[in-house]
Structures are given as C-alpha cells and as structure tokens.
Design a protein around this ligand. Structure first.
Ligand code: ZN
Length: 244
C-alpha cells in the first residue's frame, strides 16, 4: 500500500516538474519573441503642411505612432495647433532645421555654424510650443557626404542624435501608389537587417494616398509600429557614426 502511494506521489511530483520546466521554456519563448520583434518607424519630413492633419488621422485609424521631422519656418507660417496635436497624439517631433536651405546650411562660409544655430533655434521653438525637448535631427539633403565631422562634433556636444533612414519610399519621385510600394520593396530587399526599419516619407499628396497601403503591407509582414523614443535610440546615419 505504502509503495502504491509512493508511486502516485512520485508521479505527481514528476508531472509538476515537467509542467514547471514546460512553463519556463514557454516564457523564454515569449521573451525571445519580444526581443526579436520587428519594428517599423514611419517618418515624415518637411512639415508641418496642409497634409499633416490628414496623415495624423490615417495614423489614428490604425493606432500608429510616428515621427515628424519638421522645418522650423513652416511652424511659424502654419498653425501651431497642429504641432501640439502631434504631441497630444504621442507622435515624436524631430528637427529638420529652420530653413532647409542647402547653400546656407552646407555651402556658405561657416555653414556648419549656420546649421547648428538653426538646430538650437528650432529646438527652442518646438519646446516653446509643445513642451517637448526634441533631441533628434534629420539633416536635410542627407547623403553621408555633406554632413562632415564639423557638424557631427557640434551635434554630439549638444547631446543630439541623428536619424537618416534605411527605407526610401521616394514619394517625392513617384506618381502612383505602385511606384512607392516598389521603392519600399526594393529598399527592403537590399537590407541585411530588417528588424528595425526607418521609412522616409514627405508630407505630399501621394504620401497621403499610399499611406494606408504601406501600413497594411507592414502589418501583413509582421511589423509593429513605433514613434522615435530617445530611450530606445539606435544609430542610423549615413556616416555610420555610432555616437549619434
Ligand atoms: Zn527635407
């Protein structure tokens, strides 16, 4: 009789051990999935514009947060409310200089001073309107050549980070949704690591038209969407500088 109970007891212990081991391996799987999740950051340059509100509404329909690299002089000329709404809707506002002026920012004597002064001015302006101390820039016309060490040293000293992109929608150069989707697919095909995507858009009419299709495409491909978060910054610049 005792032997019989011992067997039942041991079977019970063993089963529960197996159960515990199984649960552990299951929670490990969940952890692995969390770490390896694929994230896409949609980014919109050159606003605020007449299309900002429509873009924001599309994002709202899908409950998606995104990043807007705004031009300082567009803020002054446009309604400031839209900028506040971006923050209320939990989007991130990055800096894209005050003027977006190629010669002033890159070609003139002391151009790098012009650049950094515009960033400081824009940072203050965004803070004044929204309360956000933005710490992210996307230099206009960024190509890995114009943005030399002079610029990067200043950026590093100000504790500011830079994001270029790894998926180019070429919306500015496209007339149809198909063209934009083709550009995105091509950008994806030449990427080694597709876990963190930063997609470049502008606030154009074609951008508004194609945006739902782009969103559906990334949902189907198993991506989550996120706005830039300084706490989760990773370097993504054409100079491959790990400090920015
Ligand atoms: Zn731009």
């Amino acid at each position: 009789m005792i032997k019989y109970f011992m067997i039942i007891f041991l079977t019970f212990v063993l089963n529960n051990l197996i159960l515990v081991t199984h649960l552990n391996s299951e929670s490990k799987d969940i952890e692995t999935i969390t770490i390896n999740k694929k994230v896409v950051y949609l980014t919109f340059d050159d606003g605020p514009s007449n299309n900002t509100k429509t873009i924001m509404n599309i994002l709202k329909d899908y409950n998606i947060k995104a990043t807007f690299f705004v031009v300082g002089y567009n803020i002054k000329n446009q309604n400031e409310t839209i900028l506040k709404q971006l923050i209320e809707n939990k989007h991130y506002i990055g800096m894209h200089t005050m003027s977006h002026n190629y010669n002033f920012l890159y070609r003139q004597k002391n151009a790098s001073n012009n650049f950094i002064n515009e960033i400081i001015e824009e940072q203050k302006l965004i803070f004044k309107i929204t309360g956000l101390q933005s710490t992210l820039i996307r230099p206009p016309y960024s190509d890995g050549k114009i943005f030399s060490n002079d610029y990067m040293d200043d950026i590093i000293n100000l504790n500011i980070k830079q994001w270029d992109w790894n998926i180019d929608s070429q919306d500015w150069n496209s007339k149809t949704n198909e063209e934009v989707m083709k550009n995105i697919s091509y950008s994806l095909s030449i990427l080694d690591n597709r876990d963190s995507l930063v997609v470049l858009f502008h606030e154009l009419n074609i951008t508004v038209k194609v945006l739902p299709i782009v969103i559906e495409f990334f949902i189907q491909s198993g991506y989550e969407f996120a706005a830039y978060d300084p706490k989760n910054h990773f370097p993504l610049n054409f100079n491959n500088n790990p400090k920015i």
